[in-house]
Ligand binder design. Structure first.
Ligand code: AVJ
Length: 342
């Protein structure tokens, strides 16, 4: 499924990096800057950009807007499930959970899960891990409005941040790792398997992982979710070019690239691309690149894998987890699973 035998995992932008082979084995590589990562991705065939690059300040705001679109049900479905089942989830997570969320976004989902945690006899330690310091500021500000939480942020890749969190673990605590919003969908199956196995490796038996996965559903529904009639997703995607122009001195002409969202049934994923509408030359001095785009040539900017419920359970099992609870929104086609380290 991966075009090359060795590719970078989807989440990182700064700091330490790991490559993930198609066998799912993580291999440490040298740190790369944003410019280097963008340069390398754009040189690939098909050309690509890293999905995490979508989330600069404007991109994060556009994603927040996407979550309010009637055609993008993931966030609403998950929030409802967290509100309805939060108590059971926290009970299953043990008496003294240390909570860590990977990629907390604006913090709303974790706030929904933890909103009545104040009844506990001591503050609950909450750790937020993200490569974006801006995202962590927003999420921690949101969560600080809740009583009974002690919040710490980690500007780091998921695997690195998790290791820092585990080092703070106290005797008698259990670890609850939250990986919500179908963020797992951005990872190719081998990358997803490697990431889940990495998460499992820092856990002890009985620790839990709360993970949201978007399910396979009718193509028309997926198409509307990723190419909405208001054009917000198109703006979210095209903003990548705005970012490259600003941060790397590029001269991408936004009028000459179009948002394209496609369902790839064989790979079970939605793909976002930016399609060049003409034969054109683009300069990106910050990445040391000049690119001649063919008309119709695309830059592949994101994959969002969709799971069958049984497939997802199998993925979790293979990474060393056993489902301890699962809640489903059938209308939205969304699955929230609490998985215990086995
Ligand atoms: C935040 C990665 C889960 O893949 O659905 C929304 C991002 N992309 N619309 C997803 C996204 C296009 C979203 N994730």
């Amino acid at each position: 499924m991966s075009p090359a035998p060795i590719r970078l995992v989807a989440a990182p932008s700064t700091g330490e990096h790991q490559a993930s082979t198609s066998t799912g084995v993580s291999v440490p590589t040298a740190p790369r800057s944003f410019a280097e990562e963008v340069g390398a991705s754009l040189r690939e065939r098909p050309r690509r950009l890293p999905a995490h690059a979508l989330y600069d300040a404007l991109g994060s705001s556009l994603f927040d807007a996407i979550c309010h679109l009637p055609w993008y049900p993931i966030t609403r479905a998950e929030t409802t499930l967290l509100r309805q089942h939060g108590r059971s989830i926290l009970e299953a997570a043990g008496r003294h959970p240390r909570v860590v969320e990977l990629g907390p976004g604006n913090g709303e989902k974790l706030a929904t899960l933890l909103h009545d945690v104040e009844a506990r006899e001591r503050p609950v330690d909450v750790h937020l891990v993200d490569v974006s310091a801006t995202a962590l500021d927003v999420a921690s500000a949101r969560l600080r409005r809740l009583p009974g939480l002690a919040i710490r942020t980690h500007v780091a890749r998921y695997e690195v941040g998790l290791r820092d969190v585990v080092a703070t673990r106290q005797p008698g605590e259990t670890l609850l790792v939250a990986f919500l919003g179908s963020n797992i969908g951005n990872f190719d199956p081998p990358e997803a398997a490697a990431l889940l196995a990495d998460i499992r490796r820092v856990m002890q038996r009985g620790d839990t992982l709360l993970i949201g996965a978007d399910l396979v559903k009718p193509t028309a529904q997926l198409q509307l979710a990723y190419d909405d009639p208001l054009g917000v997703t198109a703006a979210f995607n095209s903003n990548l070019l705005v970012r490259l122009n600003r941060e790397l001195g590029g001269d991408f002409d936004l009028e000459r690239f179009a948002h394209d969202a496609r369902w790839n049934p064989a790979a079970q994923r939605m793909e976002m691309h930016l399609v060049s509408l003409a034969l054109q030359r683009v300069h990106l001095p910050g990445a040391g690149l000049t690119i001649d785009f063919q008309a119709g040539e695309t830059i592949w900017t994101e994959s969002s894998y969709k799971y069958e419920p049984a497939q997802f359970v199998e993925t979790l099992w293979n990474a060393g987890f056993v489902p301890a609870g699962s809640w489903r929104d059938d209308e939205a086609g969304f699955l929230l699973t609490l998985a215990a380290a086995r």
